[in-house]
Design a protein around this ligand. Structure first.
Ligand code: AMP
Length: 424
């Protein structure tokens, strides 16, 4: 049998998990400072949640969901995104009775049946935040500054922020008519996908990546010309806050995003150097979603960052201090009574907070030294018959090759010189 991982999924190996933990630690720190608390929702939900929340006529719902029937004949779907799940949990658990806005963050895998390529997977991780219960345009600005701070804390630069406002349902209604007037005459020139979107979801045509479609929408007036006074004022305030905070951004009137739930502000953060899949984060306001999913109306805003893409963008950028993955000590022994002593020593060292390894394969001393070297251990603690009798061990400094006899009760102190922090 030769079973391989499913197409579009990744094994994150120990050599890379240091990077993930590095990013996760920064996420936790940042969310704490901004007052976002973690929420963990199920990996699968009732299909209806996404069909209603994300929108029936979106690519995700039409083509990309992992949907299955369970043994009770319920239609379930592996979550393709986090917002609908968080909103469902917000309603179901009565979080609207907590002080508003409710500020939540999540981190976990999402699933979309997309065509895999560099930076695009069928299982990928998103870190996202959602602030539910406030219209304040400063929150929209916060959704942009928080991921930027995360990128900076991870050592990333070279990203660009694009923003737009797609207005409320009313503004969109009048813009839709304008769009159709401009596009209908050219319907047969659009790509197959856009032709089928024309009447169901014409706004999505604006951000089709097909060069011909792009050319065709070139002359379409910007949606921002059709905003109602309230939406225009809101967008003006969001930009005002970004200016005040010194955040550089580029207005992009063609940016519409792939979810139906967005209202007013939408944004995307891109790293042009990444090529085709260059968005490392995106989000926007979704003032109608809580009601759509069955809750009392609450305005809300959020974003999601793709963790794999962030790691790709970071590349091999130097200056990042990932947790060093190397043991402090390897305890070598010769079996029998020396192993019993080695077991005591390794347990004691672990209790003091050191990363200590032991030979589990009954190898010769030479082979154990080799193993310790391959693991990049800082020290090897050798327990021989002679040392056993004298209640000592020999400790070898793997960097210098120096060896020294140390009494049993001094091993911990010897390996952790005063002032040095124990356990990494
Ligand atoms: P979205 O949920 O589509 O707004 O995407 C938010 C972010 O998630 C994007 O900016 C990407 O960084 C990341 N992302 C979305 N889809 C994928 C995917 N199929 N594979 C990897 N990352 C993705």
């Amino acid at each position: 049998m030769n079973v391989r991982r499913p197409k579009g999924t990744n094994d994150i190996l120990p050599e890379d998990t240091g990077k993930w933990q590095f990013i996760e630690a920064r996420i936790q720190k940042l969310c704490r400072r901004y007052g976002y608390q973690e929420i963990r929702t199920p990996i699968f939900e009732h299909t209806e949640l996404f069909a209603r929340g994300i929108g029936e006529a979106t690519d995700i719902v039409e083509k990309e969901m992992y949907t299955f029937r369970d043994r009770g004949d319920r239609s379930l779907t592996l979550r393709p995104e986090g917002t609908a799940c968080v909103v469902r949990a917000f309603i179901e658990n009565g979080l609207d009775s907590s002080p508003l806005p409710v500020k939540l963050y999540y981190l976990g895998p999402m699933f979309r049946y997309e065509r895999p390529q560099a930076g695009r997977y069928r299982q990928f991780y998103q870190f996202g935040i959602e602030a539910i219960g406030s219209m304040d345009p400063f929150l929209d600005a916060e959704m942009i500054t928080l991921p930027i701070e995360l990128y900076r804390a991870c050592g990333l630069d070279g990203f660009q922020v694009q923003i737009n406002s797609i207005g409320c349902l009313e503004c969109r209604g009048s813009y839709r008519d304008t769009l159709l007037r401009h596009l209908e005459g050219k319907a047969d020139q659009f790509c197959h996908n856009c032709q089928s979107r024309l009447h169901r979801n014409p706004l999505r045509i604006l951000d089709c990546k097909n060069p011909k479609c792009r050319e065709l929408v070139e002359e379409v007036p910007p949606i921002t010309d059709y905003l109602c006074p309230e939406c225009a004022d809101h967008f003006g305030q969001v930009k005002g806050y970004l200016d005040q905070l010194g955040v550089a951004y580029e207005p992009n009137p063609k940016l519409v995003r792939g979810f139906d739930y967005y209202t007013k502000t939408v944004f995307e953060i891109i790293v042009p150097a990444l090529g085709a899949q260059n968005a490392i984060g995106a989000g926007g306001r979704y003032d109608g979603l809580v009601e759509e999913i069955g809750g009392k109306p609450q305005p809300a805003v959020g974003f999601a960052v793709g963790v794999e893409r962030l790691i790709l963008a970071l590349g091999e950028q130097s200056g990042i201090d990932y947790a060093e993955a190397r043991p402090d000590a390897f305890v070598a022994h010769f079996g029998g009574r020396t192993k019993a002593r080695a077991v005591e020593i390794v347990t004691g060292l672990r209790r003091t907070g050191l990363w200590a390894e032991l030979d589990y394969l009954g190898r010769s001393l030479k082979a154990q030294m080799k193993a310790a070297d391959r693991l990049k251990c800082k020290w090897v603690v050798i327990v021989g018959e002679e040392e056993l009798e004298q209640n000592t061990v020999k400790i070898r400094n793997m960097a210098t090759g120096e060896e020294q006899g140390v009494s049993l009760d001094q091993i911990g102190a010897f390996l952790t010189p005063a002032g040095e922090e124990q356990g990494t």
